[in-house]
Design a protein around this ligand. Structure first.
Ligand code: IPD
Ligand code: CA
Ligand code: CA
Ligand code: CA
Length: 259
């Protein structure tokens, strides 16, 4: 993607996300229509749906030949990574959105032939947009983010998924005990922003493509490491336990996972 096209794309996506944010804020105190999907803790609301429809329509106008992978199903059936693929998570942290009306994100990313080009994570209530890509660097609102300190697991806080800790999957409790403390934020987007800022040394959760699509591009751009929990390369369309961390913490965590 040349520079002109990149600036045009960033400008367009920022506009959609600001519009989507305004729309969510306008409805923040309204009564939500909440449905369950695979289990009682897997929720979808009328706002997840309307937001995905809004973003998908914007992408279709802007980039008619691209394919769209959206969590709530308003995009296309995407089975391979050829060409341009937009990945959309309209509300990340739906449970937080429903129970807290806070601590949720919107995420969008663009991959071309399997390569991450641009990623966007918006922390809606905090009004923070983290975006960028390999040719651009990573920005938080208007400020460019610098490389994160390469902290070890024992020197930092770790973001984990609640169910993985409860079931002690992959030695999660030892990972938590080795760190200075665990945090369970309940939104992959919010967790990933915290790792990008250096507030967490890492984040581990079972994730789908829309949960890690944007964060992966931003993380790799800033020098963080993101793989599957056992250190394999993460496919664009995979659904797996994902490990995002500083180089050092990534190494420390893999050692514990493989015990
Ligand atoms: C979920 C959240 C949660 C993570 C789950 C995701 P959703 O996304 O990011 O923190 O642990 O794996 O599915 O469903 O609220 O968009
Ligand atoms: Ca969901
Ligand atoms: Ca999500
Ligand atoms: Ca979602």
């Amino acid at each position: 993607m040349d520079n002109d096209e990149q600036s045009k794309t960033v400008k367009a996506v920022k506009g959609w996300l600001l519009e989507a944010r305004d729309d969510v804020l306008r409805q923040i105190d309204s009564r939500l229509k909440v449905d369950t999907k695979s289990s009682r803790s897997d929720l979808v609301t009328n706002i997840d749906r309307s937001n995905e429809k809004f973003i998908v329509n914007k992408i279709r106008e802007f980039d008619p030949d691209a394919k769209i992978l959206g969590e709530e199903g308003f995009g296309d059936k995407v089975t391979d990574t050829k060409g341009r693929i937009w990945i959309v998570d309209p509300i990340d942290g739906t449970m937080n959105f429903v129970k807290q009306r806070n601590h949720f994100a919107m995420m969008l990313s663009l991959y071309i032939n399997g390569q991450g080009v641009l990623g966007f994570i918006m922390d809606v209530m905090n009004n923070e947009l983290v975006y960028g890509g390999p040719d651009l660097g990573v920005f938080i609102n208007t400020r460019q983010m610098v490389t994160v300190n390469d902290s070890k697991l024992q020197d930092g806080l770790i973001g984990l998924s609640g169910p993985m800790v409860v079931h002690d999957d992959f030695n999660m409790q030892e990972i938590a005990n080795t760190s200075l403390g665990m945090r369970v934020y309940g939104s992959a987007g919010i967790d990933m922003i915290a790792v990008l800022k250096g507030e967490l040394v890492g984040y581990i959760s079972y994730l789908k493509p829309w949960d890690f699509g944007a964060g992966r591009i931003l993380a790799e751009t800033i020098g963080l490491k993101i793989t599957t929990i056992d250190g394999r390369q993460l496919g664009v369309l995979s659904s797996e336990p994902v490990l995002l961390a500083t180089e050092n913490a990534h190494h420390d965590i893999l050692t514990i996972v493989k015990k």
